[in-house]
Structures are given as C-alpha cells and as structure tokens.
Design a protein. Structure first.
Length: 236
C-alpha cells in the first residue's frame, strides 16, 4: 500500500526533475569536485609554475562547468522551462530567499562572535587571488561556480534526499555546502572548520529558492547575484 505523504506546504508541485543518468553523472563528479580536484590541482600546478593560483582555480571550475553542462544539460533545460512556466514563483522564491538569508545572517553573526569566528578563510584566499585577474575571478565566481555547485548540492543532494525526507534534504545539503567552502583550510588548522557556520544562511536560502520555485535556475541565479555582490564588497 502506497504511503500517503503530506504535500510540501511551500510548493506542493516540487519534484526532483533530475533523470537517473544525470544523477549518476553528478554523483560520480561530486567527490571529484569536492575532494579530488582541490587536492590534485595544486600538485599538478607545481609542474606549471607559469600558472597563478587564480589560474589553477579557473581550471578547476572550467572542468566542473564543462562536465555538468554537458552531462546535466537536460536537467538545466527542465529547470529553465519550469522558470518560464511560473515566472512569478521564480522571482518570489529569489526575493524571499534574500529576506531569509538576511534574517539568518543576523542570528549566525551573533553565534560566530560567540565561537570566535571572525571571517571566512575562503574569502581571505579570494582577496589574495585578486592580483591574478579580476576578469578570471568573475568568470569562475559569478558564472561557473554557481552552476556547478547548485547542480551538485541542490540538484543532486537536495533533490535525491527530498524524495525520502524533506528534513534530511535541508540538513544534509546545507551542511555539505557549508563545510565544502572551508574543509581544505581545516586540514591545516581544524579550528577553521567552525567558519562553515558562516555559509549556513546562504545555503539555507539556496535550498529555499530551489524548493519554492521548483527550478534549479532560481538558486543558480540567486547564487550568481550574491557572489557578484560579495565579490564587489571584498574587492571594492
């Protein structure tokens, strides 16, 4: 007998549009993007001293961007169609995600002070890369990173888990996205792992944008916008 599950009160039409083949492709690339490439590329770059740190990071995102664009293109197209079908819901989801992130950031900033977190090591590394080329930073941070990361953390993680448990989808994807941004720095100083808390408001807002709109392009667009704003604030 089929279990009768309550509808999602925020968007009863939310359904994971990622096909099995795309899910397998994203699942294969997930550990490569999150763990393998960040550890491998710096070592490979030692053989190419002409490459700057920003060049290495650009290669990292080009690989992910090309992979996800080719193997998850139908998923992206389905999300684009969903956005066109319900544009009001699409933009409302982004607007409310912005309000949600602001509210959560106020709470998290207080928590960060209590646990002694001043800033994100990821942001500090970003500023250090600025002399390598603002155009390259814009390409990877504003245009490529949001597509790759939203397909992996919202499309794959959130979408797959949502079928089984909405709570698990929210918790796991938010924590994974937050830790993803700091785990490399925590290898050198475990205390830096606490900086992951700074990414929780954005991660939860991105989850909201995806679930509320039913289109992967809502978190992608929101991610692009916030990265552009953040980049402008960091680099002036």
């Amino acid at each position: 007998m089929k279990e009768n599950r309550p509808e999602n009160p925020f968007n009863p039409r939310f359904a994971d549009p990622m096909r099995p083949g795309e899910r397998v492709a994203a699942l294969i690339y997930f550990p490569i993007h999150v763990f393998a490439l960040p550890l491998l590329l710096p070592r490979v770059s030692q053989f190419f001293p002409q490459l700057s740190t920003v060049d290495v990071n650009l290669v990292y995102y080009i690989i992910g961007f090309a992979y996800t664009l080719i193997l998850c293109r139908r998923f992206l197209r389905a999300g684009f169609d969903a956005a066109l079908d319900r544009p009001g819901l699409f933009f409302t989801a982004m607007l409310t995600a912005f309000v949600l992130e602001i509210a959560l950031s106020m709470i998290v900033s207080s928590l960060a002070v209590i646990i002694g977190v001043d800033s994100s090591p990821n942001n500090e590394a970003f500023v250090e890369m600025a002399p390598g080329g603002r155009g390259k930073l814009t390409a990877m941070s504003v245009f490529m990173a949001p597509v790759v990361e939203e397909i992996l953390f919202r499309g794959l993680a959130f979408g797959a888990l949502h079928k089984r448990s909405r709570a698990a989808a929210w918790i796991v994807s938010a924590l994974a996205f937050s830790v993803y941004h700091v785990w490399q720095y925590a290898l050198l100083d475990p205390a830096l792992l606490a900086a992951a808390v700074l990414y929780l408001p954005a991660s939860l807002a991105l989850n909201w944008a995806y679930e509320r709109s039913g289109s992967i392009w809502a978190p992608i667009a929101y991610h692009m916008l916030t990265n552009a704003i953040g980049m402008s604030a960091l680099l002036g």
